[in-house]
Design a protein around this ligand. Sequence first.
Ligand code: PEP
Ligand code: MG
Length: 878
Amino acid sequence: MAKKWIYLFSEGNAEMRDLLGGKGAGLAEMTRTGVPVPPGFTITTDACNAYYDAGQKFPAGLWEQVVACVGTLEKQTGRRFADAANPLLVSVRSGAKFSMPGMMDTVLDLGLNAETLQGLAEQTKNPRFAYDAYRRFIQLFGKIVLGVDGSKFERALTRLKKRRLDSELTTEELIKLSETFKQIVYDETGSEFPEDPYAQLEQAIAAVFRSWFGRRAIDYRRHNHIPDTLGTAVNVQAMVFGNMGGDSATGVAFTRNPSTGEADLFGEYLVNAQGEDVVAGIRTPQPIAKLKEDMPAVYEQFKGIVNQLEQHYTDMQDVEFTIERGKLWMLQTRTGKRTGLAAVRIAVEMVEEGLISKATAVQRVDAESLNQLLHPMLDPHARAQTKPIGKGLPASPGAAVGKAVFDPDEAEKMAAHGERIILIRNETTPEDLHGMIAAKGLLTAHGGMTSHAAVVARGMGKPCVAGVGELHINYATQTAVLGDTTLKKGDWLTVNGTSGELFIGALPVVDPILSDEFTMLMAWADEFRTMGVRTNADIPRDAKIARQFGAEGIGLCRTEHMFFEGDRITAMREMILADTEEERRAALAKIEPLQQGDFEGLFREMDGHPVIIRTLDPPLHEFLPHGNNDIRTLAEKLGLSFQRVKTRVESLQEANPMLGLRGCRLGILYPEITEMQARAIFNAAVTVQREGITVYPEVMIPLVATVAELKEQADLVRRVAEEVQTLTGASLDYKIGTMIELPRAALVAHNIAEVAEFFSFGTNDLTQTTLGLSRDDAGRFLPMYVDHKIFSQDPFESIDQEGVGQLVRMATERGRATNPALEVGICGEHGGNPASVMFFYDVGLDYVSCSPFRVPVAKLAAAQAALAAQGALVKIDK
Ligand code: PEP
Ligand code: MG
């Protein structure tokens, strides 16, 4: 017997998302719990995968099961598919496990042809309605299933309408329009529009399967790290009509506000409209509250159902509904996408309402989405002094500044060159996705709060202003007019997705103020978290921000930037150009008090928490002047000959500086540098300790490959520490450790741990050296590697668990085997990447360290890792 490829809605449930997709599982669950859902069935994701395995053919038994299920639908509805007298029409919709805006849209009214059309007209006694449904069907099927350019239909419709609304077209005009549409299909495809409803159904199902590997779907999956292997389900459902007159409507709603999280029904609907009209932004929809006035009884029933759904799923729901002649039908329920701001508020309020536990709240907020709360906002001062040029809907919060661009391809290109872009479109479609990913912010002329642009922007955490009615875009000239202002491609623009306002120019932005709910959620995360979170901070200001976010120490202070400030660079250059050790020491002595001051600032901010300070890392030539003019100026300043400075600069040039004279190699060649830095660190520690502040200095030696290197530097640092303590009479609790950022260091970690009191994995360099991929250049081809699935993700962003990750695991085990007290952390960029944080938790690291604004992200991810390890269910909204 053939495999079961199809489940009726009455056979499935919410747990079957893998097989039925999110939409199918939601429809099944609603049916099971007695919510009014038009009958239908779901073709499984397995069937989609089998379709590809069979070389894009239906697997054995699938079609027979489709026909049998259509028979069941006929019984359930009392109508017959392909029957002229009493036609059953269906919708066909894709539905993967995670909702994907890049997938195939809905085909509505499938089953219509010249004969069933007449049946529909007679049955409903409404020929206008029947022809309207017919032309919509040809248009949708033509565009989505047959691949005809949608603008061809749009143009024919616009020509006919002559500035009237769709609803003002006469029956005769709609008849003519459907003929025109069929002709377009013939001209574009070379074939007649399919008349046989079963052929229509077969083609539509195949089109859904094919859309799984459409470019938009692939783009979306890459961006959201969704595997290709999941496949999509296909939902076939009996049609209900929201376009049957003034007592019919269609809409979408969220059980809570998806932008702010406010616990209030939020949504939009259109009277006498069908399906995609609401999200497509064709007419401006009404807010859901208006339904209370228009159809009070339906509104009450709707409210009751969505409350029940929220209670049932214990999460905010995103629903679609249709009202057909006063009868309410629910067409979809799913966990609603939300901004980071809304996610935090909803999670915390649901705990307060007793709907979910604290652990669930902590697990439910996507750690990455916290970035949105931490996003820069418009500087209120600058805002007060600047007049907006226009206003639209505040579709996705945060402020973004960039150059106006009207074309998604252009946006992608310019962003690849490091430009900041605001993408401006009439409305967006999934075809624009790559441009939306590239842009810093989005602006649309049409569409509501549930338009494609709004939904996708919120999901991505990008600021978006939607539906700026007065914005007139001319794609041909790449300009837009808004009131008195003309915007050209490349003009600077600021969008405030929190207020919906638009400004000409690049306005200053400021750090956000954090909500009470955020503080509460972070406190709960701390209750569950077992792994530490430190920060990478080089200056007291960053350290202070990180402390406010709850960083538990500094995991990495890169000391190099301190050498570039003010006049220190001259002293540094003097040191590099010096001939004798004495001269070098004299030059370094000028820098030492300044360095000491820097370290004192860090110790003060980190009162009672450890501070890891790394000795100098970058190659020396980076400190020297470039170009003859700079060399001349320096030579004059130091009283040296031009030639001497030039020769020295040239002698320090390296073919491959990343693998050259950097890291501990510098300190070994010039021990005076390490000595000066160690003295500055310990003197700073003593000074701050005397102020009554607890200090835990940890000195870290970079780019160590052998234990001998570390030993030489560690001995030097320890000698200085002892000298400082003897001289000052102070007693310091300090550690000396190393970065593990070369494969050899990981391999001999057991030896290195004989000398090191701590390890900190420098996963940036460890990734570079393990994969042999230049940190500086790989960005040019890595996206292609990800496209070709050679890497599932950029290994500099999310740790390569199989390769680099195994070195981390092995070195941790080997290090601890020698030295059980070894403190082990990570300070590469991966420390703020949630997937990597989960991995480091699994390895058993003591802490992760990341940039200040990522501290909350890392804390939440660490708490989620701990909860997952306790066997709790991790449910992170995609
Ligand atoms: C690293 O290599 O991961 C690291 C933290 O050091 P840097 O980025 O300064 O080389
Ligand atoms: Mg490094």
